[in-house]
Unconditional design. Structure first.
Length: 202
């Protein structure tokens, strides 16, 4: 997750259009929706100040939990899943749609890195927070070390159990699906050199 300093506008749309597939065993649009239990555990431990933008909303798995927690929620996605506003490429946006951002970003070929970069650029302007559901392995990688040292999350919420099935369907799982471990990483607009850690049970 290489996160160079933000440039004006963080210009440059995603190289992928709706319906893209990174490999024969990958879900289209890198769609691995967030289990409700993983979001509920997070929202029980963490409180946002202000509205929340979910920029990879899919069918609304995460957005519905934000709404249930009484947040004003803006839901968008590059693809049309019948929920939220479709055709919105988060990486191509110039204006924030809410003070805070909370999402399970698409992975693969630098997409999650780009989502984090873009989210940080937005919250530096809104004064909000960016929460990303990340594979724990992504936090321990030599190519991302300097990025996390330079700008670590303010807090990591480590989940004891979270399985993000392809397209939300257990029958689409591969032998690797249940092996991944996840954490919510929360960045703030305020500068920090310390990262707190909390363990959450789903």
């Amino acid at each position: 997750m290489s996160l160079p300093p933000a440039t004006p506008g963080q210009s440059g749309a995603s190289p992928y259009r709706a319906g893209f597939q990174l490999g024969p065993f990958r879900a289209k649009n890198e769609y691995y929706p967030t289990p409700a239990s993983a979001t509920r555990a997070f929202l029980a431990a963490h409180r946002f100040n202000g509205g929340v933008w979910e920029p990879a909303c899919g069918e609304g798995w995460l957005s519905r939990q934000l709404l249930a927690a009484q947040y004003d929620t803006v839901s968008t996605d590059i693809a049309d899943y019948g929920y939220g506003t479709a055709g919105v490429d988060f990486l191509d946006q110039r204006l924030p749609r809410a003070k805070n951002i909370c999402t399970n970003p698409p992975y693969g070929r630098g997409l999650a890195d780009a989502f984090v970069r873009k989210a940080l650029w937005f919250i530096d302007r809104t004064g909000g927070e960016a929460a990303m559901l990340l594979n724990i392995a992504s936090l321990c990688h030599p190519s991302r070390h300097e990025s996390f040292v330079r700008r670590p999350p303010a807090i990591l919420y480590l989940l004891d159990h979270c399985v993000c099935y392809p397209n939300g369907k257990p029958e689409h799982a591969t032998r690797h699906t249940a092996q991944h471990k996840y954490a919510w990483a929360v960045w703030t607009a305020a500068s920090t050199t310390q990262c707190l850690t909390r363990w959450l049970s789903t």
